[in-house]
Design a protein around this ligand. Structure first.
Ligand code: IPE
Ligand code: IPE
Ligand code: MG
Length: 240
């Protein structure tokens, strides 16, 4: 990577295309999800090597509950196996594990493993890996509003900072870069508040085929962009 100074602090990925990857090969969709976990492992490893401090992976949306029951069950079983297998690596790599989403609605076995991995990696400091699970950006914002109301925060005291601190991503920077694989160009409810000034990349690659080298290419492209945050290009060049 050319210049580590301009690498994103937070990369968020919508891992899409597992089903199509499997169908193209005449395989059941579950095989696409299984292959997708290998791609996820590769990307986590690469981000850690590069020194990216926050990585968020969209793993299961609130809307994904509407999929066939056997696919939903397979996904949660796969998640349990993945986390059980990866815990040692998370610890040796000092990767803190977090969940964005309502954990209480998840199957008990899943909840147990998630709580275990969150607790075990709580002291890790090199990188934070967030899995967005049972996640909906609108729900997240509503939940934050409800929490502020429940705390008795006065209307005039509802600030951007306070609201951000009531989101699942509290304390983490907004994603600098959001990547969605498989050629789809939509957010599907992902990080709606946090994506206000994110850069986007939409590679055509189906998620199971997304390699660390392809991540490097997306990051290299990100590094060529000029993020202006409402200012003029001249102001940005002058470092204002
Ligand atoms: C993404 O792949 C994984 C999840 C949503 C869990 P998909 O399963 O959405 O794959 P496609 O979009 O059907 O190809
Ligand atoms: C978004 O993908 C959710 C995840 C990747 C986990 P979907 O495949 O569910 O999104 P839509 O339905 O195509 O918008
Ligand atoms: Mg999809």
């Amino acid at each position: 990577m050319a210049d580590s100074q301009t690498l994103p602090r937070h990369v968020a990925i919508i891992m899409d295309g597992n089903g199509r990857w499997a169908t193209m090969r005449g395989l059941p969709r579950s095989e696409g999800h299984r292959a997708g976990t290998e791609a996820a492992r590769g990307v986590v490893t690469r981000c850690r090597e590069l020194g990216i401090r926050h990585l968020t992976l969209y793993t299961f949306s609130k809307e994904n509950w509407g999929r066939p029951a056997d696919e939903v069950k397979f996904l949660f079983d796969l998640l349990v196996r993945f986390l059980t297998r990866e815990l040692d690596t998370l610890l040796t790599q000092s990767i803190r594990f977090q969940v964005l989403g309502e954990m209480a609605d998840l199957p008990l076995a899943t909840r147990k493993v998630l709580a275990h991995v969150i607790a075990k990696t709580a002291h890790c400091t090199e990188m934070t890996l967030n899995l967005a699970l049972n996640y909906s950006g609108r729900e997240e914002i509503l939940r934050a509003c409800r929490n502020l109301v429940a705390q008795g925060v006065a209307p005039g005291d509802v600030t951007e900072e306070r609201l951000a601190a009531a989101l699942y991503t509290a304390g983490q920077p907004d994603p600098d870069l959001i990547i969605r694989t498989s050629g789809e160009m939509r957010l599907s409810g992902y990080l709606l508040w946090q994506s206000a000034y994110s850069e986007f990349a939409f590679p055509d690659t189906l998620w199971p085929d997304f390699t660390p080298a392809e991540l490097d290419a997306v990051l290299a492209d990100y590094q060529t962009r000029s993020r202006r945050f409402g200012l003029t290009g001249d102001q940005v060049a002058a470092g204002r």
